[in-house]
Design a protein around this ligand. Sequence first.
Ligand SMILES: Cc1cc2nc3c(=O)[nH]c(=O)nc-3n(C[C@H](O)[C@H](O)[C@H](O)COP(=O)(O)O)c2cc1C
Length: 182
Amino acid sequence: MAKIGIFYGSTSGVTEEIAIALREKFGEELCDIYSMEEDFDEYSQLLDYDYLLLGSSTWGAGEVQNDWREPLFEIEIDKPDFSGKTIALFGAGDGVSHGKHFVGALGIMCNIFEKFGATIVGEVPTEGYNFEHSTAVRDGKFVGLPIDEVNESEKTEERINQWVETLRPILVSAESDVLIPA
Ligand SMILES: Cc1cc2nc3c(=O)[nH]c(=O)nc-3n(C[C@H](O)[C@H](O)[C@H](O)COP(=O)(O)O)c2cc1C
C-alpha cells in the first residue's frame, strides 16, 4: 500500500509537534515520519513516496530550517523528477517578530518542488493570520499550512484540523486506508 511520507525540519520542536499531530490525524499506519536531522540521508528518500507532507520552520530572514538547506541545494543541482508526486507543505513561523518574512520557508519549498514537477496541494487562506509580508503567499493564499505558536497558539489545533480535512479527500479515498492515485 502506498504511504504518505512526512519529513520535517524543526529547531525548537514546534514543526515537529505539527508533524506528529498530522501523522496521528491521518493515521499512523498510513504515514512514515522522518526528522530531517535524525532520519534523513539523501533526497531519494523523498522519491520513495507519491504523497509527501513536508515541514520546515522559517529562520534567518525567510529561510528554510537548517536541516533542509543541504537537501534542497542538492535537489537544485541534480534536478530529480518529482512529477506524479503530490506535496503539501507546513511549517512554523512568527508573524510578529518576523512579520516581513513570515513562513518564507514554505514559499521556497513550493518553488523548488513545483519546478521539478510536483503538484503542490493544501493552500490556506490568509484570513486570521497576523503578519506583514510572506513569500509563501500566492494569489492571496498561503501555499501550505503556517502555524504561529509564538503569537496565535490558540488557533493551532483548529488550523491543523481544518487543513487535514481539506487534504483528506485529496490524499485518502473513502475506504480510509487507501490512498488515491495521483
Ligand atoms: C533568529 C530567528 C529567526 C527567525 N526568522 C523567522 C522568519 O524569517 N520568519 C518566520 O516566520 N519566523 C522566524 N522565526 C521564528 C521561528 O520560525 C519560530 O520560532 C518557530 O516556531 C520555530 O519552529 P521550530 O521549533 O519548528 O524550528 C525566527 C526565529 C528566530 C529565533
